[in-house]
Design a binder for this molecule. Structure first.
Ligand SMILES: [Zn+2]
Ligand SMILES: [Zn+2]
Length: 618
């Protein structure tokens, strides 16, 4: 008997534990049926399973007892005194074998029951039992049926925030624009009833209609979000392009509603968006937006020349130069805000870096013809080549068409693998091993290393090698510039560090040519970070076999662990030579056998033929 109780407890935990919906975050809990509320309560222990009635046996999943009672003549279609069928009890408690058994004995899959006149499918969805939803749909349950509150299956999944069920229902062909009894789509319901960014953001991935209106109030999803003061939903809907001009039955736009509700944050959001959209109507503005990157480039060129010009300005007054520099920085920090959108601003460091190198190329042009200039030119060609390769090569973005995504979701759900720890809710795909979703690029990237500030691109499986060479050539180029600056000072400034001491030497070189000092300082800055990153990357690749992201997340994890975690003992570390051979795909004239693993399509584990071992996730 003790064994039986333990088993029951395990079953109970399985069916109720992880799936309790977020009580209190939506307005439905108060109107839940008595049966659902009862099912939600913890089931009391039963001492003797051989004498319990069929409802209790179904709730506890005691298959043998149910079978015994049905074979003794119990009609599986017969509802209990609360008008609830056995199939309902089996569905809400996720008893898959009992559902199969009852249906084989003639139970009606879409039987209506309970206070809310719901089907077993509705009950399973409220509880978030995806395997039960899959099973009931396989037996022909109709997801378009509406319960006593007017909600269809997809509406219930949205209200109770069960994202895997939403994804599964839509992938199985449920329309994302399906309306409930009041003409509300799932998007309206989510914007109105569920505070927070999800599931509104999740629904938007399936391209729902943004500007449909409901039957009664004629509100759009944006109206509903404003009415509920749901700031996150308003933000998501504005980003998706919801209309600001549609009027509801009272003739109110979303802004009118926000003004009435005196929600200052939402008023600000709506007004800013309206202003931005109005600007887009001007041809000049559209032209400026098209040329954003070019403008950014020009701005950097002008700024850099202006800084150099001010420093070299024929005046002894450093106060004047300081004031001019301050004005310049003020202007250049203001201009991008008006001319360039946020999306292009992320390329500012890239443009800055490129411009600096082009400047130094022109500065060193007086050395043309010398062996130094030849070496410098080769390094700078190497730099631009690998910069271009890092920028232009696909780092390993995951691509899937809408149809492929839906098929993927169905396959994953039906094989029990629709786990939101390994499924990307933004890309709607299963995340490959070692991949991560980059929020700047808005895509999952295979063997993700980092989103590089200086190249403006993600570094991943596809372009990681080029990135290493990019860092290498950048530090070489900066090295040359630093070297040439010292040569310039020794030739043009009548001072040496040894004779005059540090202070006089510094004063002299500043007076000699502030422009050279300026180029020197920029080169030193780029040299420091590129060399540091290069050494760090080479260490990670050769000695740890890890990416930067993996290393930092493992270090973070180890802070919370009792025992210290050895980064060298991960499954990806295959030894110094093998790590390098795999990374650069180079066999060193047959000395090592590099293994070509395609990280864009590995999901659980990878077999490494050279080392004859299986690599699992860390
Ligand atoms: Zn993703
Ligand atoms: Zn990225």
């Amino acid at each position: 008997m003790l064994c039986q109780i333990t088993l029951i407890l395990q079953c109970r935990n399985h069916s109720h534990g992880p799936h309790l919906p977020g009580v209190g975050r939506h307005g439905l809990c108060a109107s839940e049926s008595k049966e659902l509320a009862k099912a939600r309560e913890a089931l009391p222990l039963i001492e003797d399973s051989s004498n319990c009635d069929i409802v209790k046996a179904t709730q506890y999943g005691i298959f043998e007892r149910c079978k015994e009672l049905v074979e003794a003549g119990y009609d599986v279609r017969q509802p209990d005194k609360e008008n609830v069928s056995l199939l309902h009890w089996a569905a809400i408690n996720n008893r898959l074998d009992l559902v199969r058994f009852y249906i084989s004995k003639g139970a009606v899959v879409d039987q209506l029951g309970g206070d809310l006149n719901s089907t077993p499918l509705h009950w399973a969805i409220r509880q978030g039992h995806l395997p039960m939803v899959i099973l009931l749909l396989q037996y022909g349950a109709d997801p378009t049926l509406i319960d006593g509150e007017g909600f269809s299956s997809i509406h219930l999944a949205v209200l109770f925030q069960h994202m895997p069920i939403i994804a599964y229902l839509i992938s199985k062909g449920q329309s994302v624009n399906m309306t409930d009894l009041n003409g509300q789509t799932p998007l309206m319901l989510s914007a109105h009833k569920v505070l927070g960014p999800e599931p509104t953001g999740f629904l938007l991935k399936f391209n729902p209609s943004l500007n449909v209106v409901d039957k009664i109030h004629q509100n759009t999803p944006l109206h509903w979000a404003v009415a509920a003061g749901n700031v996150n939903a308003v933000d998501k809907l504005l980003e998706a392009g919801s209309s600001l001009d549609i009027r509801n039955v009272k003739g109110e736009t979303p802004l009118d509603m926000a003004l009435q509700n005196k929600n200052r944050l939402i008023i600000h959001m709506l007004k800013t968006e309206a202003k931005m959209r109005a600007n887009k109507k001007f041809r000049l503005w559209r032209w400026l937006q098209k040329c954003e990157l070019f403008l950014l480039l020009m701005l950097s060129v002008i700024t850099m020349w202006a800084v150099g010009y001010i420093l070299d300005f024929n005046s002894d007054s450093w106060l004047l130069k300081g004031c001019l520099l301050l004005t310049l920085f003020f202007l250049t920090s203001l201009l991008p805000r008006f001319l360039v959108g946020y999306r292009s601003l992320v390329y500012l460091p890239t443009v800055f870096l490129l411009m600096e190198l082009i400047h130094s190329l022109t500065w060193l042009s007086h050395l043309a013809g010398t062996p130094f200039y030849f070496a410098f030119l080769l390094s700078i060609i190497g730099f631009f080549y690998f910069f271009y390769k890092t920028w232009a090569t696909d780092p390993g973005f995951t691509k899937a068409s809408e149809e492929e995504r839906k098929t993927n979701i169905i396959t994953l759900a039906e094989t029990g693998c629709l786990d939101f720890r390994t499924f990307c809710t933004s890309c709607l795909i299963r995340k490959p091993l070692r991949s991560l979703h980059c929020h700047v690029c808005n895509s999952c990237v295979a063997r993700y290393d980092q989103h590089c500030l200086w190249t403006g691109r993600c570094v991943g499986f596809g372009n990681h090698r080029y990135y290493i060479f990019f860092l290498f050539f950048l530090s070489i180029v900066c090295d040359w510039i630093i070297y040439e600056s010292f040569i310039y000072w020794s030739n043009h400034c009548a001072t040496t560090f040894r004779e005059d001491g540090l202070w006089t030497y510094l004063n002299q070189i500043v007076a000699c040519s502030p422009w050279v000092l300026y180029i020197f300082m920029l080169a030193t800055f780029h040299f420091s970070w590129s060399t540091f990153l290069l050494l760090n990357q080479l260490f990670q690749i050769a000695f740890l076999g890890l990416t930067s992201h993996e290393r930092t997340s493992l270090l973070k994890q180890s802070r919370h662990m009792k025992q210290t975690l050895s980064l060298r003992r991960t499954p990806y570390n295959l030894g110094f030579t093998q790590n390098l051979a795999d990374f650069f795909q180079c066999g060193c004239f047959g000395l090592v056998r590099p293994c070509a693993v395609d990280w864009t399509s590995q999901y659980t584990m990878v077999f490494h033929p050279a080392k004859e071992k299986v690599l699992r996730s860390v």
